[in-house]
Design a protein around this ligand. Structure first.
Ligand code: MOS
Length: 673
């Protein structure tokens, strides 16, 4: 079955947020702070107001009304304080985009700057322990005695890794189009991963009842987390439309996205692992250092995968945060698990080397039959089968463990392995199923961010109804549809699908004409088991001894993620995640400008992501995993696990190829030579 929206996408008929045809539309263009910290002394906009087509200028000089408790990243123009370079401090509304941009350039903002601090560094005096980390885990956990475990270890490692600021770069830049009706109701076409939560946040920020706000987002060109929470462009569109008395469009440029749509926090991670002579872990300690802004505490759950992965008598995990003069970090594909597993799985490889043990076998002997930290039994856990199947397909048993000895001309060749994991969660959702003209219509405020969610839901509904997929039509991407959670945390299909199945069952149970469902009660019962997807990643690398260039001729991922709803969509999610992991390993990095604040390399010419030529052979396969303890589909999320572990597998292969251990991502040629 092809993607149900494939034809409208490839023919250009699919409408994205910035493209809705609206009468008398105007445009808002933001003015961004040029200092990283300070106070706005004055906004001089007289010249801008005289420029052609200008309808309004927004700033803290005459602040538009917003709710007192608005999220600090969304409370536009409410304060004279500047929290980071690039923050939106004013905006110009004009009849054309070009006039708005030109007038925005003519707004002069006067600052009283303060000294700023934008650099995450080890030993920063500002580090503190947050109360919880995302989404709501304890910041620190301790089980057993780590020091005692390290004392008795036959081999141990004490290693520190770092990962840089990373930016989500969806193909479709963030955009919003706001339209107020004469009764004061607001319609926002927004590029968002969830119309229901976006509607709620916009309503709360503007101080409106949520019934008076509607968000429409039928097609989204990727998000990777950056569209998972409401971003300032949507609030700006609403405020600007109110000020101008016309519909207003805000379409961010790629440069602006780097400043105001979130990023992955940089991390510094210290791992201490010990094992006995047989490779069984005697201690695991994972301490993650990361940043947030002065506006909001965003505490990424970087050390949490260590609470899930391996059996050990002594386990300590901890998170330390420092509040810097930077934009607030946000969600980026597998927040927490992705950088955390990079460090843990690299350290496991170092431990295998220290023990003289095969890294696949090291992971196998430390497999856990219950969650190591909390002791909950797993609903299913097939990490060992993923490792075994991956090793078989990859040809692992022919591997010579000696590092730095395989040479083909200028190229050093090596292979590496790492494990993957991601939680399998779901959230309450609601759905409506009914008959229209002899076909079945499914309504749910789900989001299709390029993943193929519509198609997956057609399959799920067709299965539940026992009808051909061609007879099912899914309507999503509109907050007026039955309420649904965000496309995030790899929870979309599990959450929406559960509601869709229940609505279809209601339809069949009743008069055959309609059925409604809300899974709030059902989802509340999920807490007695640990539910996670697992995987194993294998990489082959070739490292040029002349240029330091790293090529990755082969990547293989084997995943155990419950029942796979749609093989084509799943493959695309897995290999997309793995490709993004390759980018993290070798290319992606946003530099922080320590002198002026803000970020450097704010476009795709300098922020490098992998292109097709960089990934000649990425293969993803999966086990046929049966798990009756998940949801009606038996599925685990697949959107994020593909990126987890990939960078470690590549880094471990680079060590195998060269004999050198690079502990600071990305592994660029300059670090190799
Ligand atoms: Mo994803 S980073 O959970 O939107």
């Amino acid at each position: 079955m092809n993607r149900v929206e494939g034809r409208v996408k490839v023919t250009g008929l699919a409408t994205y947020a910035a493209e809705y045809p609206v009468e008398a539309v105007a445009y808002a263009y933001p003015v961004q702070s040029l200092v990283a910290k300070g106070r706005i002394a004055g906004v001089h906009d007289a010249a801008a107001r005289e420029m052609p087509g200008v309808l309004a200028v927004l700033s803290c000089e005459d602040p538009p009304r917003l709710a007192e408790d608005a999220d600090a990243e969304l409370a536009l123009f409410q304060s004279r304080d500047v929290a980071y370079r690039g923050q939106i401090v004013a905006a110009v509304v004009a009849g054309t985009y070009e006039n708005a941009r030109a007038a925005a350039a003519a707004v002069r903002v006067e600052y009283d700057p303060d000294d700023h601090d934008v650099a995450l560094r080890s030993g920063h005096p500002g580090f503190y322990r947050p109360d919880v980390v995302n989404p709501d885990y304890p910041a620190d956990t301790v089980k057993g005695d780590v020091e005692a475990g390290l004392d008795v270890a036959a081999a141990s490692v004490d290693v520190t890794y770092s990962t840089p600021v990373l930016h989500n770069n969806p193909m479709e830049p963030h955009a919003a189009l706001a339209v107020w009706d004469p009764e004061g109701r607001l319609l926002v076409y927004d590029s968002t991963q969830g119309t229901s939560p976006d509607r709620d946040t916009i309503a709360r920020t503007l101080g409106l009842p949520r019934e008076d706000v509607r968000v429409v987002s039928r097609h989204v060109g990727g998000g990777f987390g950056s569209k998972g929470s409401t971003r300032p462009h949507a609030v700006l569109a609403a405020l600007a439309a109110r000020a101008a008395g016309r519909p207003v469009k805000v379409a961010l440029t790629r440069h602006q996205m780097f400043d105001v749509t979130g990023y992955r926090t940089p991390t510094i991670q210290r791992l201490r692992l010990g094992a006995d002579a047989g490779g069984r872990l005697t201690a695991v300690e994972h301490v993650a250092y990361e940043q947030s802004s002065t506006l909001i505490e965003f505490a990424e759950q970087t050390a949490t995968p260590a609470r899930v992965m391996y059996a050990t008598p002594a386990l300590r995990t901890a998170h330390r945060l420092v509040r810097l003069d930077v934009a607030t970090p946000s969600w980026m594909r597998a927040p927490g698990e992705c950088p955390g597993m990079y460090a843990l799985e690299s350290a496991m490889d170092e431990l295998a080397c220290a023990l003289g043990m095969d890294p696949v076998e090291l992971r196998v002997v430390n497999d856990a039959d219950a969650e190591p930290e909390g002791g909950l039994p797993f609903s299913s856990r097939n990490l060992v089968m993923c490792l075994r199947e991956g090793a078989r397909r990859f040809g692992w048993r022919h591997r010579d463990p000696e590092p730095g000895v395989r040479r083909e001309g200028e190229w050093l060749v090596g292979t590496g392995v790492a494990a993957s994991t991601y939680p399998a969660r779901r959230r309450p959702a609601s759905a409506f199923a009914f008959v229209r003209d002899g076909d079945y219509v499914i309504q749910v405020a789900a989001a299709d961010i390029g993943t193929g969610a519509r198609t997956a839901l057609v399959r799920i509904a067709a299965d539940a109804l026992g009808v051909p997929p061609g007879q099912v039509h899914v309507e999503l991407g509109d907050s007026d549809l039955p309420e649904a959670p965000v496309a995030g945390g790899s929870m979309g299909t599990a959450s929406w699908g559960s509601a869709v199945v229940r609505a279809c069952e209601e339809l069949k149970r009743g008069d055959g004409k309609e059925g409604r469902a809300d899974t709030t009660g059902e989802v509340g019962n999920d807490a007695r088991l640990a539910r996670h997807a697992f995987g194993a990643q294998f990489a082959e690398v070739r490292v040029s001894s002349v240029t330091g260039e790293i090529r990755v001729p082969r990547l293989l991922g084997v995943f155990a993620a419950g029942r796979i709803v749609d093989p084509e969509l799943a493959r695309s999610q897995f290999i997309g995640g793995m490709t993004m992991g390759l980018g993290m390993a070798l290319m992606e990095e946003t530099l922080t400008d320590e002198e002026f604040g803000g970020f450097l390399r704010r476009d795709l010419a300098q922020y490098h992501v992998p292109a097709c030529a960089d990934v000649p052979h990425v293969e993803a396969v999966w086990l046929d995993e049966q798990d009756g303890e998940l949801n009606p589909m038996g599925s685990k999320g697949i959107g994020e696990i593909g990126i987890v572990g990939t960078a470690a597998a590549i880094g471990n292969a680079v060590h195998h190829a060269t004999g050198h251990r690079l502990r600071d991502l990305p592994m660029t040629p300059v670090k190799i030579l």
